[in-house]
Ligand binder design. Structure first.
Ligand code: PHE
Length: 340
């Protein structure tokens, strides 16, 4: 028996392992239920009584050494795998990581910003919680204007002076108050209106506002800038149409339509068979607004425009329910990455 144990000990001591599979084969060979060490214990039956004590000691010794070697091999294999001085195996393939993706509103916002940056506009942002001056008064809203009505505006606290901004035009005012012309800026941001939520309307949405003020800026400049924008965003065959409109802060004011980019103007579901879709509001900045911001309206003129990002995104991707943008269903959001 002693010879057998010695031979096994030699085998155990000289066993090497570089991989976890080899460590496992050591365990199977020596330590598992059917392994060589338990097999030696089974031999105890045949050992004469007077030798049992000595044999027992030999076997316990063997078992302890086998266990010890198993631990040694395990550590060896682990450090071998990790390489010198490293804890992790950097060559192991990584698992699938379920990262999110850019939201369609961000994709379109970035594209709009990009287009205007190419012609010299820079980006500014303003607060979402506004005072009456920046959201309404400085923008030439008469005191009795219905847009100030509780129905449209979320007032906060108890003060009628503080509200969630209803449009990004408030950032125009902040910009004109703090800088001198020439001003060439766009203001992307989130706006809030007290509206019932439906497939077409939401109480939270996003706008991009643009402002250009300098000496001698005319409506022709406004048209040319927006023509450039529309053809960049919707394709070079896009045609524009301006319809007279009204905003308190611009005079004259207009709403701009583009020829339907789905049917090319022939008439379809998207353009409700008119061949045109409304894209934005715009106009020449009202002299009163310039004066409210201490800009000399005799010397300077300018134009402003504002568009809803949700609306443009819905048109561009033919999305028929605005609420989808706010549900954060990853299956919906994933569809737009790489598409723009
Ligand atoms: N602020 C307007 C709106 O929210 C859009 C607009 C901006 C119109 C600038 C003209 C000029 O509807």
């Amino acid at each position: 028996m002693k010879d057998q144990v010695d031979r096994l000990l030699e085998e155990i001591n000289s066993f090497t392992a570089e991989t976890t599979e080899q460590v496992e084969s050591f365990r199977l060979k020596f330590l598992s239920k059917k392994g060589l060490v338990p097999a030696m214990f089974a031999e105890m039956r045949n050992v004469p009584v007077n030798e049992k004590k000595e044999a027992g000691q030999l076997l316990n010794n063997l078992k302890n050494r086998a266990n010890e070697r198993f631990e040694e091999l395990k550590t060896l294999a682990e450090t071998k795998l990790a390489g010198p001085g490293k804890k992790e195996d950097l060559t192991r393939p990584v698992g699938f990581s379920d990262a999110g993706t850019r939201h369609p509103i961000s994709i379109v916002r970035n594209e709009i910003v990009d287009i205007f940056q190419r012609i010299g506009y820079t980006v500014s942002e303003g607060p979402e919680i506004e005072d009456d001056w920046h959201n309404f008064t400085a923008l030439n809203f008469p005191i009795e204007h219905p847009a100030r009505d509780m129905q449209d505006t979320f007032f906060i606290e108890t003060s009628p002076d503080i509200a969630l901004r209803t449009h990004t035009s408030s950032v125009q005012i902040r910009e004109m108050e703090k800088s001198k012309p020439p001003i060439r800026k766009i203001f992307p941001g989130r706006v809030f209106r007290n509206e019932a939520i439906s497939a077409r309307a939401h109480c939270i949405f996003h706008q991009v506002e643009g402002l250009y003020i300098d000496e001698g800026v005319s409506f022709a400049d406004l048209k040319q800038s927006l023509y450039y924008f529309a053809t960049e965003l919707f394709g070079e065959n896009t045609k524009l149409r301006f319809r007279p409109s009204y905003f308190p802060f611009t005079e004259p004011s207009a709403e701009m339509d583009i020829s339907c980019f789905i049917c090319g103007g022939k008439g379809c579901k998207i353009c409700k068979n008119s061949g045109w879709v409304e894209i934005l509001g715009c106009g020449m900045v009202d002299p009163n607004v310039l004066e409210n911001c201490n800009i000399d309206s005799e010397k300077y003129t300018g134009f402003a425009f504002g568009m809803g990002i949700e609306r443009i995104t819905m048109l561009k991707y033919q999305i028929d329910d605005i609420r989808l943008f706010f549900e954060n269903d990853i299956r919906f959001i994933r569809q737009f990455t790489g598409a723009v």
